[in-house]
Ligand binder design. Structure first.
Ligand code: ZN
Ligand code: ZN
Length: 273
């Protein structure tokens, strides 16, 4: 099966390398029928990596023009990768990927979608070096935030981002019962509000992981819960627009998935793998 879309992409409007139109052209080159943009939402506490307010205006101006220009050639959607701890008005966007790259600790905001050194620094500073407590905080905050939201998100992006460096660093034991319990308990809580989760190959594309998000035991549970999944490469460089999709499909199949969700003009629809 060829997965002919990617709705998790970033351009120069946030922390990606390419102009939006370059991504559209690359998508066409790959034979995609659909492309979605999902810039990092503006955040009150940071202007690193996300779209700044003026960037957001440019984004919201440029993408509709591209939609018009490529009408009948490729379906283009303007989504957003919402930082869940910094809610914004979601009404301008065609779809919403919900993600957590930060959580609050007292007065501080802890960033953990960062280098191994920075993640270790945060674990040392806020959790006395105990990685499992860091993972616990991540999942508890994730569940609390999503269950407390009035707004609706379509897809949970890279669910287990707290395990970003799992393939090269051992900040906590992902096989431990304790870790799995935190991850699965939050998954069930979030699953009450969201029906689609992302298989994300972005870490593979950027070389700090050998496997997609989320871990296999989480994918298996998603199947048990009857949830839908999308494939996304979290593209920050158009040369990796469909990077790792085969690995994503393999991960899905090995956990019993025979279908995936795709974004269509009528919303998200299921299609066979
Ligand atoms: Zn993200
Ligand atoms: Zn992203």
């Amino acid at each position: 099966m060829k997965y002919l879309q990617n709705i998790h992409t970033h351009t120069i409007c946030s922390d990606g390398k390419n102009q939006p139109e370059e991504i559209v052209k690359k998508a066409l080159e790959l034979g995609f029928d659909t492309i979605g943009f999902s810039e990092h939402s503006p955040m009150y506490f940071s202007d690193v990596y996300n779209i700044r307010l003026e960037g957001n205006e440019i984004y919201r101006d440029v993408i509709p023009k591209l939609k018009e220009k490529y009408k009948g050639i490729i379906d283009i959607y303007m989504g957003i990768e919402l930082e869940l701890c910094a809610m914004i008005d979601l009404s301008p966007y065609d779809y919403v990927l919900g993600a957590l790259h930060y959580f609050p600790m007292g007065e501080d905001i802890v960033a953990f979608d960062r280098s191994p050194e920075e993640v270790k620094g945060a674990i040392d500073k806020y959790f006395c070096g105990n990685g499992i407590l860091f993972a616990k905080r991540f999942y508890e905050f994730f569940a609390e935030t999503v269950t407390g939201m009035k707004e609706k998100i379509d897809v949970v992006a890279h669910y287990d981002l707290c395990a970003k460096h799992r393939d090269f660093y051992n900040f906590f034991n992902e096989d431990s019962k304790e870790y799995k319990n935190y991850a699965l308990e939050a998954l069930h809580a979030i699953g009450e509000k969201v029906d689609i989760f992302e298989i994300n190959t972005g870490g593979m594309a950027r070389g700090y992981r050998k496997t997609p998000y989320p871990a296999s035991f989480i994918v298996k549970e998603l199947k048990n819960m009857g949830k839908g999944v999308i494939l996304g490469s979290d593209c920050h460089d158009m040369n990796y627009l469909n990077f790792g999709f085969d690995d994503g499909v393999e991960l899905l199949k090995s956990n019993g998935f025979n279908s995936v969700m795709i974004l269509t003009p009528d919303g998200f629809k299921e299609t066979g793998l």
